[in-house]
Ligand binder design. Structure first.
Ligand SMILES: NC(=O)c1ccc[n+]([C@@H]2O[C@H](COP(=O)([O-])OP(=O)(O)OC[C@H]3O[C@@H](n4cnc5c(N)ncnc54)[C@H](O)[C@@H]3O)[C@@H](O)[C@H]2O)c1
Length: 379
């Protein structure tokens, strides 16, 4: 019998947005057992939070240093094996670095780091440590996203000529137009979030989605960003032209001031034989389009879906799969990798995708600041 993988979490306390998603997703396939962590910067708050979720408080630590010291003193079969980093962006690098240096597997939120140099440092460290390192580009876990990836790889839409990914939210309107508020949230503070807000937070998901689905690498980009106010240091809207080659091009449209939009990630991929359309807010519907033919609507759980898509569907067709399931599928892939089982490379986004994401963020800012010019990515 497999024992559960012991999981620790950094960040994700009661006041966080993303903590609940990781906790539920990690428990979904009965592969992980959350045993402790550092949920908040204050020990008292971490303990209160652990008590609130019915978790024993004996492995709740003051900080990462004490977590590492105590966990490493435990017998190997009791120790935390995987640690999820769910803190604000600027802490991802120092925490992930320390975890790799101390032989833990890592699951890290995006953006991987706040600079490309840091991301490359982690890549080099991981080469030495050979640990599993996932970056949670959450939307890659949806069954119909995985289905689209498989159908593109099988040549169902032919050679790709155009990609169009939109990620629109409107939540920052409530903050950005008020001078006091816009100087008080970590997402608009370069010290905590890195050099970008909109592109760093959601443009990076759109970029990852393009490369995940097409298995092609963007070679260069040109961006036009909007900062809206003189005193605001972070982009809150941006349009990015992307080029794979002279014959395959596209666009990333992302915004945090798209008034009234919630979490509208919409992906469109067009090839010479067909096209796909998928929307995160209706994730169970994948539209397969061909010239002159009725649109086909593909849904999860049916035998016509690929193995990797079906692997992430737990119930028969008609039982909607949502964001928790999508993240659950990523944790399932990580569990297979940690256990050295066979897994499909599309089952979880690896550190490499995180490094690509940070390269994209830096180059997008560079393109805008240099007068909206074409900039090559590191390929
Ligand atoms: N994959 C996704 O779709 C997705 C969605 C939302 C957020 N995120 C990412 O998740 C990360 C966290 O975002 P959020 O919205 O949950 O932020 P948040 O501000 O809501 O929560 C951050 C949490 O980290 C804790 N924290 C801060 N400093 C800490 C420290 N030193 N030690 C331990 N805990 C600490 C805070 O107390 C809080 O509980 C960000 O990097 C963000 O980009 C990813």
């Amino acid at each position: 019998m497999n024992s559960k993988i012991k999981l620790g979490i950094l960040g994700g306390g009661g006041d966080s947005l993303i903590g609940v998603l990781h906790r539920i997703a990690s428990s979904m396939f009965d592969q992980f057992e959350l045993v402790g962590g550092v949920f908040n910067p204050e020990l008292k708050e971490s303990i209160a939070f652990a008590e609130g979720i019915g978790l024993s408080t004996n492995r709740i630590y003051e900080d990462l240093d004490s977590l590492i010291e105590k966990e490493k003193s435990l017998p190997e079969n009791e120790r935390m094996q995987v640690i999820s980093v769910l803190t604000p962006n600027f802490l991802h690098f120092p925490m992930a670095k320390q975890l790799l240096e101390n032989d833990f597997h890592v699951i890290c939120e995006k953006p991987l780091t706040t600079t490309y140099e840091e991301a490359k440092t982690l890549e080099n460290l991981r080469k030495k440590s050979q640990k599993v390192f996932a970056v949670t580009y959450t939307y890659t876990g949806y069954p119909m996203v995985r289905q689209m990836k498989e159908m593109i790889a099988a040549g169902e839409i032919g050679e790709i000529h155009k990609v169009d990914v939109q990620y629109y939210q409107g939540w920052i309107n409530e903050i950005i137009h008020d001078k006091e508020k816009r100087s008080s949230v970590w997402r608009l503070d370069p010290e905590k979030a890195g050099i970008s807000s909109c592109i760093g937070d959601i443009g990076t998901h759109a970029f990852n989605m393009i490369e995940y689905l097409t298995d092609m690498r963007v070679s260069e980009i040109l961006s036009d960003l909007n900062y809206l106010y003189e005193d605001n240091k972070m982009d809150i809207d941006g349009t990015v032209l992307v080029r794979f080659s002279d014959y395959a091009k596209g666009i990333i449209r992302s915004s945090q001031v798209a008034t009234g939009e919630e979490n509208n990630l919409t992906v469109k991929i067009y090839g010479e034989k067909g096209g796909f359309k998928w929307e995160q807010e209706n994730p169970n519907y994948l539209y397969f389009m061909k010239e002159g033919q009725p649109v086909e609507l593909l849904k999860p759980g049916h035998p016509y879906n690929s193995k990797i898509s079906l692997d992430g569907t737990k119930l028969p067709p008609g039982h909607p799969e949502g964001i928790f399931d999508s993240m659950g599928n990523i944790y399932k892939g990580v569990a297979r990798a940690v256990r050295n089982e066979n897994f499909h490379t599309g089952e979880y986004p690896d550190l490499r995708e995180g490094v690509r994401g940070v390269n994209f963020i830096e180059k997008t800012i560079e393109s805008h600041k240099n007068g909206n010019v074409w900039v090559k990515l590191d390929n």
